[in-house]
Ligand binder design. Sequence first.
Ligand SMILES: [Zn+2]
Length: 99
Amino acid sequence: MRLRQAVQHSRELIERWINQHVLNGKTNDELEGTLFVYGNEVHSLLKTSAGDWVLEPQDVPQVVVFRKEEESEPINMCCACGQDYASFKDSIQCCAYLD
Ligand SMILES: [Zn+2]
């Protein structure tokens, strides 16, 4: 039950992110192949020949993400959905309380 909820939550975040980036003018080519990491869950975004987006779960036992130093500066963008905010505080509250 917990796992199921976690999967649904990650899908909701991913769908939100995709919608946000489509609205911001990202092209299909730019979005295709995007890798989403949520805890130890990894999904890649693929487009079917019919033109539908599908999230393909990647079967990996463990996920480790290393950030480069220049990426560690706080930016005022929600890291879940990509929405820009005037302050860092607002950005971390964006998708933080979805449950
Ligand atoms: Zn957000």
